[in-house]
Design a protein around this ligand. Structure first.
Ligand SMILES: [Zn+2]
Length: 512
């Protein structure tokens, strides 16, 4: 049976009475046992929980901080207001309208959405950029809202506690579109993988994902949207997967995050299921496409000025105030106020990092505090226009000698930076050294030319030109994969030429 035909309405007085009665019954039944019980708003059944609701809230708040630390908040008042508006519209029609719902946009190009117990929902700007209309946005949020109302996070925490994994390790982040974003995101996913391993972010199982799809579809229909848009969102997920797999193949890289993806519920199965339970859905004339495109206009695409922008061989960090150029063929990985430049084989890395005041006031103090050498020597070195100190030496830990090679620079704004040379082995260091030194010498305060080259890319909409995607690509600032990227953000990546392609004059998304 299609779930959208459920007879009960969340929030109705009868429903609340039933809920109260069940809660009272649960309290009586457990007496003074230490276990907590709570009524599942979706099933109406009493569930035991290892955590009190206050403990669950405290954990959710901790997880929220971890998520914001990892990705940053995306501050764009119009887009934020829109996501909140649609989120609340769906949440208020859910099984738990009374929760303190919040909808937060994370500043990352990775496409994902998360939910924490008690109504904290997160969506990344990378995912927003890939959606085609308001109904798809409602579908994503509806799925996450369903994780909350069905208490999937609470179940995870309880399982972990009962299995003695440790309650603190059972933070309950649901992942909807757990897929790699654009360039640089592979490393970020690896880090996310590490937090997963550490148990910081638990994921939902297949059954819970399917349930969230089903309940989310119900919410979508209650809010007056076309329930089949849940299927459309799952197709977006597949398309993104294909896009990244194709890019990886072209660049002869290993397919992105394969371990991590394989540990997750298959999109194919979810798609098949969703197609089944939306087959009888009522058609809705408007999917809110024009409204959606208008409201997300200006959304950042790709790198953010907050974290620094990579443009070809150039890295510019507008917020911190420096720029550096990479040798041809090298790759960047951006992290906080630091950037790492990797050789094409990823066997040597030059990292440029703005240092906190704690690291030391002088070059010598920084070397002592951060490198902690056992032996070595320092020599003055000019880095572009700045004064620096280059250190070569080693650190002994037990029987192991770690080679050290780094430059401390008094850079833009008279702040201290560390330029750190690392390599897999001495041979790799030898091979990369000259290129690393050249990259070090390119370290500079942002110039007018850097500023021009590092314009922020934003999602906009326009009418399809006569020349189709090829013409749209030429007009956009995108360089690499421009045609494929424009197809992806329009939900048309991987289709046969001409298939579903918008006619000239139709409204399409673009990057400007
Ligand atoms: Zn999910």
């Amino acid at each position: 049976m299609a779930p959208m035909t459920r007879p009960h309405r969340a929030g109705s007085p009868v429903w609340r009475l039933v809920l109260l009665a069940l809660l009272a019954a649960a309290l009586l039944a457990t007496g003074c046992a230490t276990q907590n019980t709570v009524v599942n708003p979706v099933t109406g059944r009493v569930e035991r929980s290892a955590l009190s609701e206050d403990q669950l809230q405290a954990q959710a708040d901790e997880a929220r901080e971890a998520l914001i630390d990892e990705h940053g908040l995306y501050t764009h008042p119009e887009v934020q207001a829109y996501v909140t508006e649609i989120g609340l519209k769906v949440a208020r029609l859910s099984h738990a309208p009374e929760l303190p719902w919040s909808f937060t946009i994370l500043d990352t190009e990775i496409s994902n959405a998360f939910a924490l117990p008690h109504g904290q929902v997160f969506v990344t700007r990378g995912l927003l950029a890939l959606l085609q209309n308001e109904a798809e946005l409602a579908a994503v949020l509806g799925h996450e809202i369903a994780h909350v109302t069905a208490r999937h996070g609470a179940h995870r925490a309880t399982e972990a506690a009962f299995a003695n994994i440790g309650v603190a390790a059972a933070i309950n982040v649901g992942q909807f579109l757990e897929r790699r974003g654009l360039r640089g995101a592979a490393q970020r996913m690896k880090r996310l993988g590490m937090s997963l391993a550490a148990g910081l972010i638990a994921t939902y199982d297949r059954q819970q994902e399917l349930e969230a799809d089903r309940i989310g579809t119900d919410y979508l229909a209650r809010a007056g949207y076309d329930a089949r848009q849940m299927v459309a969102v799952l197709e977006v997920l597949q398309m993104v997967e294909r896009f990244h797999a194709d890019r990886a193949r072209e660049q002869k890289r290993e397919a992105p995050g394969s371990d991590w993806l394989s540990s997750h519920p298959g999109t194919d199965q979810r798609l098949r299921e969703a197609q089944r339970f939306t087959a009888a859905a009522r058609r809705v004339a408007s999917d809110g496409r024009e409204r959606f495109l208008k409201r997300i206009d200006g959304l950042v695409w790709g790198d953010s000025p907050e974290k620094g922008l990579v443009r070809d061989r150039l890295f510019v960090h507008p917020r911190v105030g420096y720029a550096v150029s990479a040798p041809a063929g090298w790759e960047f990985d951006v992290e906080g106020s630091a950037v790492a430049l990797h050789t094409p084989d990823n066997d040597a890395t030059l990292t440029v990092r703005l240092l906190p005041k704690l690291a030391g006031r002088t070059h010598a103090q920084v070397i002592e505090n951060l490198l902690a050498p056992t032996e070595g020597r320092s020599a003055p070195r000019k880095v572009g226009a700045f004064n620096g100190t280059h250190f070569i030496g080693s650190r002994l830990r037990g029987d192991t000698r770690h080679p050290l090679r780094a430059t401390v620079v008094t850079g833009p704004g008279s702040r201290l930076y560390l330029i750190d040379y690392t390599a897999r082995d001495e041979a790799a260091m030898e091979r990369a050294l000259a290129a690393m030194q050249a990259a070090e010498q390119s370290f500079r305060a942002i110039t007018a030319a850097d500023r021009r080259a590092a314009q922020v890319w934003r999602i906009g909409s326009t009418v399809m030109p006569v020349g189709g995607f090829a013409e749209l690509a030429r007009a956009s600032p995108l360089r690499e994969d421009a045609d494929a990227t424009l197809r992806l953000i329009n939900g048309l990546y991987g289709l046969k030429p001409g298939e579903g392609e918008p006619a000239a004059g139709e409204l399409v998304k673009t990057v400007r």
